[in-house]
Ligand binder design. Structure first.
Ligand SMILES: *Cc1c(COP(=O)(O)O)cnc(C)c1O
Length: 364
């Protein structure tokens, strides 16, 4: 079913001057657009009351279920302005379908993928002046879009919520790397895991992030940028970073990425697989042990390591550290395949090269 969206425009949108100042240096997740999208669900009415309203704080009863039991799922995607002024999103139906999968795991009702895409399109269209213009700069500024679903029922009993709210908010985002691409240093946590068999590692849910924070803190204490998680069962196989999937490029051109199941299946991850295959690389999705990583980097069999996700696109990985050792170095700007895949993806997203895969979706 398609949503019937009512639109109430803000009577105090940011002025052009204020907006220009924000878009000059947006940072990440700090400034929010003039509007937000909301739709609600109850068993009796299904999804109803779809609306775009001025961006404003929510008023929540302290007994709202999400605050207690974390029944929540979210998505992350970007809107890109092309040189001709048009605005596009990247494979939004993939985000929509992933939210359906997350919703099943979190015992939420399903929001149909077409309704999800319609909601995102509607908000991006209303707030289109917030999509940064990179023309002439070769920049990578975009509008980050955050759809999310929460248990909004006021009830402290433990059960799937009988009142659910889906919202979309948006926030302009600057280039992830200021002043050139810099490789990440990673901390291998041997104490914490992010997902177990049958757990919710494959769902995009806030709880996975809550459980990653202390491990991320440990990474920072050891002077690293990000934490790497291993599988919970054997503590041997590489899973992913807190919010990015991983790739290992071999000297013979093979590219290995951890198989799915307990990792979050990134949309960037799947795009990288297709781009690498198109460039003639064999891509293996399989278990990949941390010993294979350490040994491969030390022997030179692994020539490049990188991480990917919507926020940072593709990020080279320099050094891996663990409690009594390290391998790799943080020199340089990333290997040739890392940079090639990154450029190919960014060029498609910003309309600087032909979208041969049909990934882009026009909004405005
Ligand atoms: C969102 C996310 C990713 C990256 O997914 P993309 O669709 O590429 O942005 C990777 N890992 C985790 C845990 C995530 O939440």
């Amino acid at each position: 079913m398609t949503l019937d969206i009512s639109i109430t425009r803000s009577d105090h949108p940011r002025s052009d001057a204020e907006l220009a100042e924000i878009l000059a240096n947006p940072g990440f997740g700090m400034h929010f657009t003039d509007h937000m999208f909301t739709v609600e669900w109850t068993p009796e009415k299904g999804w109803h009351d779809a609306r775009i309203t001025p961006y404003a704080p929510l008023t929540l009863d302290p007994a709202t279920a999400v605050l207690h039991y974390a029944q929540e799922t979210f998505e992350g995607m970007k809107a890109y302005r092309h040189a001709d002024g048009s605005v596009w999103t990247f494979r939004p139906e993939q985000n929509a379908q992933r939210m359906v999968r997350s919703s099943h795991r979190l015992a939420f009702p399903v929001l149909e993928p077409e309704d999800f895409v319609q909601a995102v399109d509607a908000l991006v269209e209303v707030d289109q002046r917030w999509v940064p213009d990179n023309s002439g700069t070769g920049g990578e500024k975009s509008l980050y879009v955050r759809p999310f679903m929460i248990a909004s029922e006021v009830f402290l009993g433990v059960r799937p919520a009988q009142h659910v709210t889906f919202m979309v908010i948006a926030s302009p985002a600057g280039a992830y790397f200021k002043g050139g691409i810099k490789p990440l240093s990673l901390w291998l946590t041997t104490e914490y895991t992010r997902a177990g068999r049958g757990g919710m590692g494959a769902a995009k849910t806030g709880g996975n992030y809550a459980s990653s924070l202390v491990a991320q803190q440990e990474a920072i204490e050891h002077g690293c940028d990000q934490v790497v998680f291993l599988d919970a069962q054997e503590g041997r196989y590489v899973e992913e970073l807190g919010g990015m999937n991983m790739y290992f490029v071999h000297a013979d051109g093979r590219v290995v990425t951890p198989e799915t199941g307990t990792i979050l299946e990134g949309i960037t991850r799947s795009a990288i697989i297709e781009l690498a295959q198109k460039a003639g690389h064999t891509v293996e999705e399989r278990k990949f042990s941390v010993d294979e990583w350490r040994g491969g980097v030390a022997s030179g069999e692994i020539t490049e390591v990188f991480a990917c996700g919507t926020a940072a696109v593709v990020t080279p990985v320099g050094k891996l550290m663990w409690p009594d050792g390290e391998v790799g170095s943080n020199q340089g700007e990333g290997g040739p395949l890392t940079l090639q895949l990154r450029k190919q993806l960014v060029d498609i997203q910003f309309g600087r090269s032909e979208d041969v895969f049909g990934w882009m979706h026009r909004v405005v």
